[in-house]
Design a protein around this ligand. Structure first.
Ligand code: PRP
Ligand code: HPA
Length: 185
């Protein structure tokens, strides 16, 4: 069913801004500083998880001034819905991961099934170290396993439906310059 543009505009007009663009940029700089400290000598392959990881990766990578290879993976389990289902792989790694350090960049660790599956996939493909970086970690007790965290996290976010900076609402507002929560969710 086509999404009504008027509805999409209303969603933004009624949303709560949880983090401004300046908050996000500061969080990305903190993440970059941490990643530089820990991975600058590791010659990593850095994978952005499409689609949500696109904006974060584009902002983060120029802040990492060390040798790396860059690519993308595409795995999705929300597919424009508000809750997740089974993970569907659209694109896997093109590089050989054997013996490599891999850094996975995504927008959010929500329940964590997406990142857990990607980490397992990279390990199965022979990666020696697999690191994960997310802008947001949603706070609730529904994680894929208790205590699950990414290696690098920008900010914790409350347990609401979030969009902006790569995160979508029904395919829209990935371009929003801030982190917004859907009214009533
Ligand atoms: O921690 P989880 O509960 O597994 O959810 C997190 C994943 O969900 C979103 O992707 P989505 O499946 O919506 O695909 P998209 O990035 O193309 O929007 C997000 O970009 C993460 O990859
Ligand atoms: O809160 C969310 N918003 C958008 N996409 C998502 N994917 C997982 N959680 C979310």
């Amino acid at each position: 069913m086509a999404v009504e543009l008027q509805h999409i505009k209303e969603v933004m007009a009624e949303a709560d801004c949880l983090f401004t663009e300046a908050d996000v940029e500061a969080a990305l700089q903190r993440m970059a500083d941490d990643i530089n400290t820990r991975l600058s000598d590791s010659n990593p392959i850095v994978y952005s998880v499409m689609n949500g990881g696109l904006i974060i990766s584009g902002k983060l990578l120029p802040k990492l001034p060390f040798p790396m290879e860059v690519g993308y993976l595409h795995a999705t389990r929300y597919r424009n819905k508000l809750s997740g289902g089974e993970l569907f792989w659209k694109a896997r790694a093109e590089h050989s991961l054997a013996g490599r350090t891999v850094l996975i960049i995504d927008d959010i660790l929500d329940e964590g099934h997406t990142l857990a599956a990607i980490v397992e996939y990279c390990r199965d493909a022979g990666a020696e170290h697999v690191y994960t970086a997310v802008l947001l970690d949603k706070q609730h007790d529904r994680k894929a396993y208790p205590g699950m965290r990414a290696d690098f996290t920008g900010m914790d976010v409350e347990d609401r439906y979030i969009f902006g900076y790569g995160l979508d609402y029904k395919g829209y507002w990935r371009n929003a310059a801030g982190i917004f929560a859907l009214k009533g969710h």
